[in-house]
Each structure stands twice: as structure tokens, then as C-alpha cells.
Ligand binder design. Structure first.
Ligand code: SF4
Ligand code: SF4
Length: 94
């Protein structure tokens, strides 16, 4: 999908049409990103539950990755991932 320019989005970044978040690749705003370590993941799905986008990808009820086109790098998933798993880390984008 082609990324919209600042001239093509509504003034103030307002979202006027419901159900259109898939059209906005909010990942392009990101300065930090979560990195997932699948070998540590206990599949509790707290990250999926709390992600505001949602950008946590599921298949057959299991986490399989992160949708970086729509992940804003807010870090909520990293905060909510249980300490005993520690399967997500927030790192600065290059
Ligand atoms: S950093 Fe924020 S937007 Fe990205 S996957 Fe985690 S909770 Fe979702
Ligand atoms: S919160 Fe952490 S342990 Fe739970 S599913 Fe997400 S990455 Fe895996």
C-alpha cells in the first residue's frame, strides 16, 4: 500500500472515517520498536490484549510476530510482557 503524504491526510491528522486504521501505516512514525524473542515467549497474549493498534500478529491463537507497518513503538507490549518471559525488548530504530 502506498504511504500517504502529509498533504493527503486530513488536517491535524484527524481520522474522519471509521474503520480505516489499516490505511495508515503508523509504523512510519516510530522511533523505537519492540523486538520479539520467540524462544522466550510463553504465549500469554498480554501483548496482543494491550496493543492499541493492534499490531501483534496471531495465527491459530498464538503470537507469531509484530506488524511493523502499523506498530507505533509505544512500548506497551514490552511493559505488559511478564518478567518471567521477558520476550519483548524495546530498541531504538536505526
Ligand atoms: S509497541 Fe505499541 S503498537 Fe507496537 S506492538 Fe507494542 S503495543 Fe503494539
Ligand atoms: S506478552 Fe510476552 S510472553 Fe506473552 S505472548 Fe506477548 S511476547 Fe509472548
Amino acid at each position: 500500500m502506498k504511504e500517504k503524504t502529509w498533504k493527503e491526510i486530513p488536517i491535524g491528522g484527524n481520522i474522519l472515517e471509521p474503520g480505516n486504521s489499516i490505511e495508515y501505516e503508523t509504523g512510519s512514525w516510530r522511533t523505537f520498536k519492540p523486538v520479539w524473542y520467540p524462544e522466550r515467549c510463553i504465549q500469554c497474549l498480554f501483548c496482543w490484549l494491550y496493543c492499541p493498534e493492534p499490531a501483534i500478529l496471531l495465527e491459530d491463537g498464538k503470537m507469531v510476530g509484530i506488524d511493523y507497518d502499523h506498530c507505533k513503538g509505544c512500548g506497551i507490549c514490552v511493559k505488559e510482557c511478564p518478567d518471567k518471559a521477558n520476550a519483548l525488548e524495546l530498541v531504538r530504530e536505526m
